[in-house]
Design a protein around this ligand. Structure first.
Ligand SMILES: Cc1ncc(COP(=O)(O)O)c(C=O)c1O
Length: 391
């Protein structure tokens, strides 16, 4: 395939880019100059602001969502052989943390929305099942009512992998405002960022206390309380905890990002709608399929399926062709059940989750970020028209 040179002369259009204001940078610098740069007053303010935004009484900020998933699982005190049910179409952290916490991942296939097929869950519940980990993939909420009905019936826990779902909604409720535990990510390509970072939202006070201890060495009080003028330097250790506290410098950025989050999501929604309208009727791709239940999609990703039979290119060739137009794309994700470690350790095999495999062979995420212009988006659409030879 050969394309006009003018496309190649345009600047590289990444698939994702954080939006960081000068005011935010000013506050980060101010925090760096303040003399207190790790967890302290900014973190406290950020957690309060997150609680207010999400509608969650308890929020723990962390160094990543991976840390959050691990701590949430750790708080369940899994015994060897305990099972946690999730999906193969996710970032590997979802399954890695189950393994780290001593559990065994059990998978179900996905449905047309790319989220786990909720209808398949009950068939894989066993006497060893302890929790279900739905992943709100692309920012589209999983159908949670049937999941919470199942966990009530079988006395299981729910840890929602909401890494991609800050600002998403399910049946007029924000993800994070109800249910057991929700874990969000603030990685740079997420809808809001703290560079690296994440949080857990929850409603159970005892669990919150346990997670707080697990977050910081099992120590029963915060560093800021120990080292400030009014604090005492003595503390007790109530568990062998970890070290996953978010620094104040990151929270300083997070406070600005959170204040802008709804406007970022509005922009994402409008870009997603433009893509939906522009690609209507294109046989070369399948557009994101939305469920019939009430939901509020935060459009973390706009992922389409490339059909080689119709388009003349495989997904991998499509990614390469887009590069010729100086356009980046994202591959979310390779299916976890086909990675060597997961096949060797848990016996997953090719062909086991056919819908996930078909989707992950074809899926690609198109550029989508709040500062993306109409012209940028037009470039993406025109490049795709050329690759697919639509004239
Ligand atoms: C579904 C999912 N789970 C977990 C994570 C891990 O998030 P973090 O990078 O904050 O640890 C990600 C990040 O890409 C994700 O997309």
């Amino acid at each position: 395939l050969s394309y006009e040179v003018k496309f190649q002369e345009e600047a590289f259009l990444p698939f994702s880019k954080p939006t960081i204001s000068q005011e935010a940078i000013g506050d980060v610098v101010e925090c760096l100059n303040s003399g207190w740069i790790t967890s302290g007053p900014k973190v406290q303010k950020f957690e309060e602001a997150l609680g207010a935004y999400l509608g969650a009484p308890y929020v723990l900020s962390l160094t990543s969502a991976t840390a959050g998933l691990f701590l949430a699982l750790k708080a369940l005190d899994l015994r060897p052989g305990d099972e946690v049910i999730t999906t193969s179409l996710t970032f590997v952290a979802t399954l890695n943390t189950i393994v780290h916490a001593g559990g065994k991942p059990v998978l179900v296939d996905i449905d047309k929305t790319y989220n786990m097929d909720v209808k398949q869950i009950e068939q894989v519940i066993s006497s060893r099942t302890r929790a279900i980990m739905p992943v709100h993939f692309t920012g589209l909420s999983v159908n949670l009512d049937p999941i919470y009905a199942l966990t009530k019936k079988h006395h299981l826990h729910v840890i929602e992998d909401a890494a991609q779902a800050i600002g998403s909604g399910y049946k007029n409720k924000k993800i994070g405002s109800f249910g057991d535990m929700q874990v969000f990510s603030f990685h740079p390509n997420k809808n809001m960022t703290t560079i690296e970072g994440g949080c857990i939202a929850l409603r159970d006070e005892e669990l919150f206390k346990k997670l707080k201890h697990l977050r910081f060495h099992g120590i029963d009080r915060d560093a800021f309380n120990r080292f400030s003028k009014s604090g005492s330097q003595h503390y007790d250790v109530v568990e062998a905890g970890y070290k996953y506290n978010m620094p104040d410098v990151h929270a300083a950025l997070g406070l600005h990002q959170l204040a802008s989050l709804d406007s970022f999501i509005e922009k994402r929604k409008s870009l997603a709608k433009n893509y939906m309208d522009a690609f209507k009727g294109w046989s070369q791709i399948t557009l994101p399929q939305l469920p019939s239940y009430d939901h509020d999609h935060s459009w973390h990703l706009f992922s389409v399926l490339i059909h080689p039979e119709e388009s003349g290119v495989t997904r991998d060739q499509f990614i390469e062709e887009m590069k010729k137009f100086n356009i980046g794309t994202g591959l979310h994700y390779q299916p976890v059940h086909l990675f060597t470690y997961y096949q060797d350790m848990f016996g997953f095999y090719k062909g086991e989750f056919p819908v996930a495999e078909r989707v992950t062979n074809r899926i690609v995420s198109l550029p989508l970020f709040p500062t993306m212009s109409t012209k940028d988006q037009e470039r993406v659409i025109q490049a795709m028209a050329k690759i697919f030879k639509r004239g």
